[in-house]
Design a protein around this ligand. Structure first.
Ligand SMILES: [Zn+2]
Length: 379
């Protein structure tokens, strides 16, 4: 069974004790360098810039709770990372209530920021009492001790050599004591079940389609958890689902980072540049289980141009294979088109491109390759 190596500043072999890899920045530091406006997609270098822009450029009337860089638009919301009081803002709220009690916005921010766990009812009233928004905020911040225990148990899947329905049950049982990290456990378990379903192995009874639903659950739970393993797994799921724009915070996992960025640039520009090389001299300290098609795509992308060219028949076979999910077949097609284009085989590249012309992610690339072929035929 394939595993994807990554760097973890927690050494699972040391009983959860923290070990910082000196040559590498802590993966978490790579995380929120850019704050993107959800309305106009403009990027901002700091939280303050983003916040100011968000409510000055796009006026908003309704009361709104903003937690970190998230606008809470759902009646239920789970907080899994520690926030500072200044990152908790009640917008357009003349009255704030916490569990029925009227308090100041500053007190609301302080109360939510200092709670490690618990369930809170937040009510914001604005527009001279005409608009009211209610939230149920669940705070589930894992203690370091509990999160480390989860990671330690997860690492056993590598040392024991594989994932099966039985080993996932074992993981869930072994982490039952990590009370504050249950969402972390749920997310990782959903990922593992999704993996077995995708590969149809390890005693799974789920279909590939049910596996996809598990991956979505895993992403939802893990994307908000500020731990390297959670970030890596959420990144893998984004790659599996061809959501290449979600590529922040992946310094811990260089192979995936290179692949995500390459596909993201192809998606945005419609151009097939060279694939960056991963130059890492340090040996990775941890491993996360991977489905076989993601492993194969990442392996291709790590090869030199001549070596990947020798694999065209293999890639062609994969892109027609029924047990490969549509997202993975598309990735194979894009890579094959890239090989053909780099060899100057424009007709062949255009032929492959017809196969993903209507793909919402790579439509732009397909159109470009098809029209390049037409232009060359006109000459
Ligand atoms: Zn904006």
């Amino acid at each position: 069974m394939p595993f994807l190596p990554y760097y973890d500043h927690i050494d699972p072999g040391q009983g959860g004790s923290s070990m910082v890899i000196p040559e590498l920045p802590r993966p978490v530091l790579d995380r929120p360098q850019v704050f993107t406006c959800s309305l106009c997609h403009e990027d901002f270098p700091s939280y303050e810039h983003w916040f100011q822009h968000r409510f000055e450029a796009h006026p908003y009337r309704r009361p709104l709770l903003v937690l970190g860089s998230r606008e809470v638009n759902t009646p239920r919301f789970v907080v899994t990372t520690t926030l500072k009081p200044k990152q908790i803002q009640a917008i357009n709220a003349e009255i704030c209530r916490l569990d029925g009690q009227t308090i100041s916005p500053a007190t609301l921010a302080h109360r939510l920021a200092t709670a490690k766990s618990g369930f809170f009812k937040v009510e914001l009233v604005g527009a001279e009492g005409k608009l009211k928004v209610e939230y149920e905020i669940s705070i589930e911040i894992a203690t370091t001790e509990h999160a480390s225990l989860v990671e330690q148990e997860f690492a056993r899947l590598y040392t024991s050599g594989g994932v099966s329905v039985t080993s996932i049950s074992g993981f869930i049982q072994a982490t039952a004591g990590a009370r504050t990290a249950q969402r972390y456990v749920d997310g990782l378990a959903a990922y593992l079940y999704g993996l077995l379903a995708k590969d149809q192995r390890g005693g799974t009874i789920l279909s590939q389609e049910q596996g996809r639903a598990r991956f979505n659950e895993a992403h939802q739970a893990l994307a908000e958890i500020d731990r390297p393993l959670a970030t890596v797994v959420a990144g893998i799921v984004s790659f599996q689902l061809n959501a290449f724009s979600k590529n922040e915070g992946l310094v811990a996992v260089p192979r995936l980072r290179v692949a995500m960025r390459w596909f993201d640039s192809v998606r945005k520009t419609g151009l097939l540049g060279a694939i960056e090389e991963c130059d890492s001299t340090l040996a990775p300290t941890a491993h996360v289980p991977l489905d076989s098609s993601t492993d194969e795509v990442l392996t291709w992308m790590g090869l030199s141009p001549s070596k990947i060219s020798a694999l065209t028949r293999q890639i062609e076979k994969r892109m027609q294979q029924d047990d490969w999910l549509p997202e993975d077949r598309i990735k194979a097609k894009v890579l094959l088109a890239s090989i053909y284009e780099s060899e100057g085989a424009i007709t062949k590249a255009a032929q492959v491109a017809r196969g993903f012309r209507h793909d919402p992610v790579f439509g732009r690339l397909a159109e470009r390759l098809i029209s390049d072929k037409k232009d060359s035929a006109d000459e």
